[in-house]
Ligand binder design. Structure first.
Ligand code: NAD
Length: 335
């Protein structure tokens, strides 16, 4: 059993709570939010892109000041579900208070802040995991396993897309402020940038174009340069109009198979010449519950995460920052 304290009880915390509830090894000990009704365990019925929250009422010690939660000796691990600009300071404070930390993506809005978080984890010997949930998403796990097995040869080209309207649920509308969220490129597109890093490693360069307004870079289309794969692209953004349906998709061609997934259209399918399309059985669980179960296992066994290391998440921030520089400069940026 791991005793958890959640700091920030808004949209994503509701999805995490739904995951914790399925895991007998999790005990939600404390909740902290500046909004008292949320600290009391009544997170709003917030509709996220993936998964609705709701039914999040939970019995746990309520705190409105994070310092009180960090002083609570029963809390072993802290789950940071705060606006992005607060991640780095909160993670450092929690690690220094002796807590293990699961922090939402993006890790931070600068590589320097990521490095502060990593230094605090190293100094305290506590676990720091960043919730890059797509690494734990069943469809994307199937694709990763195919690439790692090599049975269908190498990836020749790949396209990832993640599109939505502007998220309207955030408290104080912090997501609409690029100084707090980093804009759609850091908040939404980062999922695919991180997955590209997971699947293929860091590219040698990025060449990105995008659309920037008062909410930051809301839309980006990026080419990732690799010596071993001819064409890897991702498109992501949240600047479509209200009501535009969220979708995440990929089409990836290996030498011997094509894999396609579109969350709006149907299950993942694998196509091979001369064969009927294959609809594989997916790994169990959903992305949030899988990621949380993995974190709890790392805490319980004292093992550093390997599916997503803190350095991986830091490299993804470096990658997205390079994409933003490429959008603004209108030319490729080497990594
Ligand atoms: N992995 C995913 O799929 C996913 C989805 C949505 C959000 N996120 C990430 O999760 C984080 C939170 O996003 P959200 O959508 O839940 O935002 P949100 O606005 O719905 O929730 C944030 C909560 O933090 C509280 N808060 C703000 N400042 C605080 C403070 N100093 N102390 C305590 N509580 C405080 C707010 O009152 C609010 O309840 C962001 O970094 C976002 O990028 C990830």
């Amino acid at each position: 059993m791991v005793n958890i304290g959640i700091i920030g009880v808004g949209g994503i915390a509701g999805a995490h709570l739904a995951g914790y509830r399925q895991l007998p090894q999790a005990n939600i000990t404390a909740l902290c939010d500046i909004l008292p009704e949320r600290a009391a365990g009544k997170a709003g019925e917030i509709q996220l892109n993936i998964g609705a929250t709701g039914g999040t009422a939970v019995q746990a010690r309520p705190y409105q000041d994070y310092r009180a939660l960090l002083d609570d000796p029963e809390v072993e691990a802290v789950d940071i579900c705060l606006p992005t600009d607060l991640h780095a300071d909160m993670a450092v404070a929690a690690l220094q208070a002796g807590k293990h930390v699961l922090s939402e993506k993006p890790m931070a809005l600068s590589v320097a802040d990521c490095d502060r978080m990593i230094a605090a984890a190293e100094a305290t010997g506590r676990i720091l995991m960043i919730a890059q949930c797509i690494r734990f998403c069943p469809e994307y796990q199937v694709l990763k396993a195919m690439a790692d097995s090599g049975a269908d040869g190498k990836i020749t080209h790949a396209l990832f897309r993640r599109l939505s309207g502007m998220p309207r649920w955030s408290s104080d509308h912090w997501m609409e402020d690029p100084r707090r969220s980093g804009g759609g490129i850091f908040d939404l597109h980062i999922h695919d940038a991180d997955y590209v890093n997971f699947l293929l490693g860091m590219p040698t360069a990025v060449d990105a174009r995008g659309v920037e307004d008062a909410h930051g870079i809301g839309q980006v289309m990026c080419a990732y340069h690799y010596p071993h794969t001819q064409a890897v692209f991702a498109e992501g953004g949240w600047c479509y109009h209200d009501g535009f349906p969220f979708r995440m998709t990929f089409t990836v061609r290996f030498e011997g198979a094509t894999v396609e997934y579109d969350s709006a259209r149907g299950p993942l399918a694998i196509f091979r010449d001369g064969c009927e399309p294959e609809i594989p059985t997916l790994p169990a669980g959903d992305l949030y519950t899988n990621e949380i179960a993995y974190f709890l296992d790392c805490v319980a066994t004292g093992t550093a995460p390997t599916v997503v290391t803190a350095f991986d998440a830091r490299e993804t921030i470096r990658l997205v920052a390079a994409e933003a520089a490429s959008v603004r400069g209108g030319r490729p940026v080497a990594l």
